[in-house]
Design a protein around this ligand. Structure first.
Ligand code: NDP
Ligand code: 2IT
Length: 449
C-alpha cells in the first residue's frame, strides 16, 4: 500500500497536492483490495494514479500595451474508462502540474459518483485573469485554445470552468474552437444559455452542495432551517451555495476572497447576495467592498502571520468551504469543533487538509468530502452534454430535479458503501470506494490499455 505512495514520491517528488489526494483515496480503499485480489494482479492502483496523457504547451499573448507574455497551458487527461475526459479549466497564478493532477484525480472519482458516463480530466494555466481587461482575457483564451483544440472534442475531452474560468472565458474559448474546427458541438460545458448552455449549470455546484448537506442532515433528522452557516469564497460555488442555504431557511454569516473575509452577524440576505454577485461577476471587485456598502458588518484582511483562518473560528452550526484547496487546516478544524460546528460540506476541491479530515471523522460530525458534495456541477455538465447531443434544452425544473435526484443518489451510495465496509456515516470511505470500484471494474473489462 505504502509502496504506491513511495513510488509516486520517488517518480514525481514535490507533487504535494497530488500525493495528498492519492493518499486519502489509498487509505480508504485498502479493504477493497483485500476483498478483490485480482485488483492487485491487474495493478489497478498503479494504473489509476498515472494520467493517460498530459498535454503541456506554451500560451503566448499580447497585453493592451503591446507587451508579449508567455503562460503555460495544461490538460491532464487522467482516466477515460467510463467516458470522455471531463473536468474544468483553472486559470490562477498558483496552477502547476501537482495541482492539476490532484484535481484530475479527484475528478475521476467524482464523475463516477454522478452515475453519468464521464471520465476525468482537468486543465488550466498559470495565467491570472485578475486585473486584466476583457480584451486581454480574450486574447489569452484564444491563444490557449489555438493549442488545446487538437486534444479535445465532444467525444474525447470536454473541459468546463473552475477557479478563474466562468461564462466569459468559456465564451472566448468556445468561439475560437468553433472557428478553428468549423463545427458547433458541445465541446465545452458552462456555455451561455442562448448558444448551447444548460439551465441550472451556473447554480449547480452550489445548489448540489446544499442538497448534499441537507441529505446528510436528514440522517440525523435535522434541516438547514435557522442554521448559522460559514461560507468561504465569493465566486461561483460560494454564491450559489449561499443562495440555496437562504432558500432553505439557513443564515450565511461569512464570505471571503483571497484578500480577506467578511462577517455579517445579521446574515447575507437576498439583496446583499445580489450585491456580491454584481461585485464579483460584473465589476470584478474585492469582497472588502461589502463592508463599505453594509457598514454594520466586519471585514478582516488575510493576516499572513496567523497559522489559521479566523473565518473558521466564528460561531456557527455548519461550514461550507467554497474557495480552494487546503483552506481548512488542523487548527481551523479544531476551531470548528470547539464551536460545535456539526456539518462540513465541501464546495471546493480538497479544501480540508488530511489532518483536518481526521479531526472531522474522529468527532463524527457530518462531513461531506468534495468529490461527493460538489459533484453537482459536473453532473449538470453531463446533462448539458446530453442536451447538446440531442440538440434540445430541458426546462429549469427538469434539470434541477435531475440534479436533486443525482445528489440524493450520491448520498445514498456513500451511505450504503460505508455500511458495507463497516464504517457507517463515513462519507470519505463511501465516496472513495464507490468511485474507485466503478472505475477499476471498467478498466478491468477493457484490458491492459
Ligand atoms: P471562482 O473563480 O468563481 O471563485 C473562487 C473563489 O475562491 C474566489 O472568491 C477567490 O478569491 C477564492 N480563492 C481562489 N483561490 C484562492 C486562494 N488561493 N486563497 C483564498 N481564496 C481563494 O471559482 P469557483 O467558485 O468555480 O471554484 C471554487 C472552488 O470550487 C474551487 O476549489 C473549485 O475547484 C471548486 N469547484 C468548482 C466547480 C464549478 O463548477 N465551478 C465544481 C466543483 C468544484 P479571489 O477573487 O480573490 O481570487
Ligand atoms: O471541479 C469540478 O467538478 C468542476 N470544476 C466542474 C467540472 C465540469 O466539467 O463541469
Amino acid at each position: 500500500m505504502t509502496d504506491i505512495l513511495e513510488l509516486m514520491q520517488s517518480r514525481d517528488p514535490g507533487e504535494r497536492e497530488f500525493h495528498q489526494a492519492v493518499e486519502e483515496v489509498v487509505d480508504s480503499i485498502k479493504p477493497v483490495l483485500d476483498r478483490n485480489p485480482e485488483y492487485r494482479r491487474a495493478a489497478v492502483l498503479e494504473r489509476i494514479v498515472e494520467p493517460e496523457r498530459i498535454i503541456l504547451f506554451r500560451a503566448p499573448w499580447t497585453d493592451d500595451q503591446g507587451q508579449v507574455h508567455v503562460n503555460r497551458g495544461y490538460r491532464v487527461e487522467m482516466n477515460s474508462a467510463i467516458g470522455p475526459y471531463k473536468g474544468g479549466l483553472r486559470f490562477h497564478p498558483s496552477v502547476n502540474l501537482s495541482i492539476l493532477k490532484f484535481l484530475a484525480f479527484e475528478q475521476v472519482f467524482k464523475n463516477a459518483l454522478t452515475t453519468l458516463p464521464m471520465g476525468g480530466g482537468k486543465g488550466g494555466s498559470d495565467f491570472d485573469p485578475k486585473g486584466k481587461s476583457d480584451n486581454e482575457v480574450m486574447r489569452f483564451c484564444q491563444s490557449f485554445m489555438m493549442e488545446l483544440f487538437r486534444y479535445i472534442g465532444p467525444n474525447t475531452d470536454v473541459p468546463a470552468g473552475d477557479i478563474g474560468v466562468g461564462a466569459r472565458e468559456i465564451g472566448f474559448l468556445f468561439g475560437m474552437y468553433k472557428k478553428i474546427r468549423n463545427e458547433f458541438t458541445g465541446v465545452l460545458t458552462g456555455k451561455s444559455l442562448n448558444w448551447g448552455g444548460s439551465l441550472i449549470r451556473p447554480e449547480a455546484t452550489g445548489y448540489g452542495n446544499v442538497y448534499f448537506a441537507s441529505e446528510m442532515l436528514a440522517t440525523r433528522e435535522k434541516t438547514l432551517e435557522n442554521k448559522i452557516c460559514l461560507v468561504s469564497g465569493s465566486g461561483n460555488v460560494a454564491q450559489f451555495t449561499t443562495e440555496k442555504i437562504l432558500q432553505l431557511g439557513g443564515k450565511v454569516v461569512t464570505l471571503s476572497d483571497s484578500s480577506g473575509y467578511i462577517y455579517d452577524e445579521e446574515g447575507v440576505d437576498t439583496e446583499k447576495l445580489e450585491f456580491v454577485k454584481r461585485l464579483k461577476n460584473v465589476r470584478r471587485g474585492r469582497i472588502k467592498e461589502y463592508v463599505e456598502k453594509y457598514p454594520d458588518t466586519h471585514y478582516a484582511d488575510v493576516d499572513p502571520s496567523l497559522d489559521y483562518n479566523p473565518l473558521w473560528d466564528r460561531k456557527a452550526d455548519c461550514a461550507f468551504p467554497c474557495a480552494t484547496q487546503n483552506e481548512i487546516n488542523e487548527k481551523d478544524a479544531m476551531h470548528l469543533m470547539k464551536n460545535e460546528v456539526n456539518l462540513v460540506s465541501e464546495g471546493a476541491n480538497m479544501p480540508s487538509t488530511h489532518q483536518a479530515v481526521d479531526i472531522f471523522l474522529d468527532h463524527k460530525i457530518l462531513y461531506g468530502p468534495g468529490k461527493a458534495a460538489n459533484a453537482g456541477g459536473v453532473a449538470v455538465s453531463g446533462l448539458e452534454m446530453a442536451q447538446n447531443s440531442m440538440r434540445l434544452n430541458w426546462p429549469r425544473e427538469e434539470v434541477d430535479n435531475r440534479l436533486k435526484t443525482i445528489m440524493k443518489q450520491i448520498h445514498q451510495t456513500c451511505c450504503d458503501v460505508a455500511v458495507d465496509f463497516g464504517e457507517p456515516g463515513n462519507y470519505v470511505v463511501g465516496a472513495n470506494i464507490a468511485g474507485f470500484v466503478k472505475v477499476v471494474d471498467a478498466m478491468l473489462d477493457q484490458g491492459v490499455v
